[in-house]
Design a protein around this ligand. Structure first.
Ligand code: BEZ
Length: 212
């Protein structure tokens, strides 16, 4: 089974989707992307998840991030199910769903975990940066719907640490203080963080979020 690890180049592919044929890299352009799988169309947890992702469109847009869903269901099934999602979740699915009936994308990204199910994808998430590298992965079982607020929060952290030399602490949310990595000396930190910082321990220094 393929295992995609952090820092790997996200595999490129061309696939049929509810918004036409898509080449993943061309579709991503130079922004961020989230590729996420669900086990099956016309299932309850998946219906709530895909509705939630649609409702978060303004949040993805704010973060220059495109979202794309995939499962091994055929196109006709996706097209019929999208109407149900709109009806029950009150949101229009305005992002592509990959019809991966031949499991090409599932195999490329290791989304089928045989000890969970031989035939359907688990709830995988891959966050891909503008450099096409995989920045974050998640795998949830079929019975556990994902928390997309957490995915947004993690995306905020990834985007912040891509532009500033900082890390984010447990339960951080955008606007909270951040951590100065240990590789940065106090002398460097003095120059890099003009808002100052608190040294709780030599290895634990916090500073106001630099882009706020
Ligand atoms: C669901 O989305 O509810 C679901 C999908 C596959 C297996 C179990 C639950």
């Amino acid at each position: 089974m393929t295992t995609i690890q952090l820092g790997d180049t996200a595999p490129d592919f061309t696939a049929s989707t509810t918004e036409g044929d898509i080449n993943f890299y061309n579709w991503l352009g130079d922004g961020w992307g989230i590729l996420f799988s669900h086990p099956a169309d016309f299932t309850p947890v998946c219906t709530t998840e895909l509705g939630r992702v649609a409702a978060l469109k303004p949040e993805w847009d704010k973060r220059n991030t495109k979202v794309i869903a995939t499962s091994v269901d055929p196109m006709e099934s996706h097209q019929q199910w999208v109407a149900d999602i709109g009806e029950t979740q009150g949101t229009e699915v305005d992002y592509p769903l990959i019809a991966d009936a031949d499991k090409k994308v599932a195999d490329l990204y290791g989304m089928i975990h045989p000890n969970s199910s031989d035939t359907t994808t688990v709830r995988s998430v891959f966050i891909v940066g503008p450099d096409k590298k995989v920045k974050l992965t998640l795998s949830y079982p079929a019975s556990t719907g994902r928390n997309f607020d957490e995915i947004l929060r993690a995306l905020d952290s990834l985007q912040l640490s891509a532009s500033h030399k900082v890390a984010t602490p447990a339960d951080w949310t955008d606007g909270d203080d951040v951590i100065i990595p240990v590789a940065i000396s106090n002398e460097q930190a003095d120059a890099m963080f003009p808002k100052g910082y608190v040294e709780h321990k030599p290895y634990l220094r916090t500073t106001p979020q630099p882009n706020r």
